[in-house]
Write a protein that binds this ligand. Structure first.
Ligand SMILES: Nc1ncnc2c1ncn2[C@@H]1O[C@H](COP(=O)(O)OP(=O)(O)O)[C@@H](O)[C@H]1O
Ligand SMILES: [Mg+2]
Length: 251
């Protein structure tokens, strides 16, 4: 049973086809990169996966069940693209708050919060409130709340955006550790280099449709193509392809 399965999904807003006949399958235990430029339909797809909005058409299932099934929701950890956390809370208070929402008991919340803060590198933030946190620190809070209930599937919307190089390395490592623990990670991104480093498979979205879906090793394996080249090629962005070729010729 696939953690994520989409079949001919469509979603329009007024006359904009945000997602257009999208089909894809994410296999258990893989890191799947959901790539595309701004406005390609990534967040809209994620919102449908989470049951926040309904597709106009098509079939969507998570672990073989409906997106609205409560038992399915429990198996998902979600990190939004932009999170608005209550600014006067401290990191441990926010995580504890989510723990209470998940129905965890006080003792478990306490031990789990301590573990998570170490795992995401926020253990020394002590009395600092979230309003003083940098973008990278808030991203760490976001992943901590997604990890809290030890879900099987992680859906992360643009997790690498706005992170400094060190935070990116840390985050990459965290995602790889999740995979080692048998978890499935589905993340949207326009950071091709990150996707190339950690993904087993990617789909490239253009105007709501998948224009490429395949394993990353196949792309990188022939020595000639990398993910950036494939990306430009399938998006048929002639201008950027030419710039890329000129830069390579100048090397
Ligand atoms: N709630 C909405 N109302 C109207 N248009 C929307 C809405 N959400 C997304 N869109 C449009 O759908 C398209 C895809 O958006 P989105 O899924 O956010 O893209 P991405 O996450 O890939 O940047 C864009 O053209 C966007 O303007
Ligand atoms: Mg988005």
């Amino acid at each position: 049973m696939h953690p994520i399965e989409l079949e001919n999904i469509r979603k329009s807003f007024n006359n904009v086809h945000a997602v257009n006949n999208l089909s894809l399958k994410v296999t258990g235990g893989e890191i799947f990169g959901f790539l595309g430029t701004n406005g390609a339909g990534k967040t809209t797809t994620i919102k449908m996966l989470l049951g926040l909005i309904k597709p106009d058409d098509g079939k969507l299932s998570l672990f073989g069940k409906d997106a609205h099934d409560i038992s399915t929701k429990k198996r998902i950890g979600f990190m939004p693209e932009t999170a608005y956390y209550y600014p006067f809370l401290k990191a441990h208070e926010l995580i504890a708050f989510y723990g209470e929402l998940c129905g965890m008991d006080k003792k478990t919340i306490k031990t789990r919060t301590e573990e998570l803060l170490v795992e995401v590198g926020l253990e020394n933030t002590g009395k600092k409130t979230l309003k003083t946190f940098s973008k990278g620190m808030l991203q760490r809070v976001g992943i901590a709340q997604a990890l809290l209930h030890d879900p099987d599937l992680f859906i992360l919307d643009e997790p690498f955006t706005g992170l400094d190089p060190l935070a990116k390395i840390h985050f990459r490592d965290l995602i790889l550790k999740l995979k080692k623990r048998g978890k499935t990670v589905f993340f949207s991104s326009h950071e091709l280099s990150e996707a190339e480093l950690i993904c087993d498979r990617v789909a490239i979205l253009k105007e709501g449709s998948s224009v490429y879906d395949g394993p990353v090793t196949e792309i990188a394996g022939d020595g000639k193509s990398n993910l950036e080249r494939i990306f430009l090629h399938v998006l048929k962005d002639k201008k950027s392809e030419d710039i890329n070729k000129q830069m390579e010729a100048g090397k």
